[in-house]
Design a protein around this ligand. Structure first.
Ligand SMILES: CC(C)(COP(=O)(O)OP(=O)(O)OC[C@H]1O[C@@H](n2cnc3c(N)ncnc32)[C@H](O)[C@@H]1OP(=O)(O)O)[C@@H](O)C(=O)NCCC(=O)NCCS
Length: 194
């Protein structure tokens, strides 16, 4: 499994079905934590259909094949951007959430965002922990919480960092797709002839 979020892939339009499959793989409680309320399969599909892959930033970590095991989505609202994170249960606690958060913030820096915020349920221990760890300011409002972080201006390093990560992530994804296709190919050599 590709567990390094340095291999996070910048998702494009072609990845829409894989992103939908990722969200649909989240159980009921995880969907409630991710989207703020219980959400049906149809509502998940509708949410993914509305995502603007050109304007928003969506990054994902895949398993050895083409399944997305972790994703971050940042959507601009003026000079701010809202961030949403999700990691499939079997892949949590490995640092994917934190690494995708950092990747998304670099993306936002390079596009001139001034602030990133996460709107989540106050009961969400893992997300609140991640928010504090990234020095976000947290405002509680009943059962919900808003975590905010000022985004620094870009510099040469953030530009170079994003370029190299995009290149590396895209290269690894291309290789994984090629390997998956080849393993299914009738042209593949098999000593047993099967
Ligand atoms: C929140 C979420 C994205 C975290 O993903 P992850 O890959 O496990 O995150 P990381 O491994 O980078 O870090 C998790 C941290 O939270 C800590 N943590 C986990 N559960 C926790 C809890 N209940 N209370 C406090 N801290 C908790 C872990 O110990 C870890 O901290 P550490 O790195 O300092 O040891 C994941 O749990 C998830 O997808 N949840 C469902 C959707 C969701 O809640 N999304 C966020 C709202 S947008």
């Amino acid at each position: 499994m590709t567990t390094s979020a340095s291999l996070a892939v910048h998702l494009r339009e072609v990845d829409r079905p894989a992103l939908a499959a990722h969200f649909l793989a989240l159980g009921g409680d995880d969907r409630r934590l991710r989207f703020g309320s219980p959400i049906s399969d149809e509502a998940v599909q509708a949410y993914v259909e509305r995502i603007d892959f050109r304007g928003d930033g969506i990054f994902a970590v895949h398993d050895d094949g083409t399944q997305i095991v972790a994703a971050v989505h940042v959507a601009f609202t003026g000079e701010s951007a809202e961030l949403g994170l999700s990691v499939l249960p079997g892949h949590r606690g490995l640092g994917l959430g934190a690494a995708l958060f950092t990747r998304a913030v670099t993306h936002l820096r390079n596009r001139g965002a001034r602030e990133v915020f996460v709107h989540c349920l106050a009961e969400n221990g893992a997300m609140m922990h991640l928010a504090r760890k990234h020095r976000m300011g947290i405002v509680h409002g009943g059962s919900e919480a808003d975590a905010r972080l000022a985004v620094d201006p870009p510099d040469a390093f953030t530009m170079y960092d994003e370029w190299t990560r995009d290149f590396l992530g895209a290269s690894v994804q291309s290789f994984a797709r090629y390997a998956a296709a080849w393993s299914q190919s009738p042209l593949r050599y098999s000593p047993s002839g099967k």
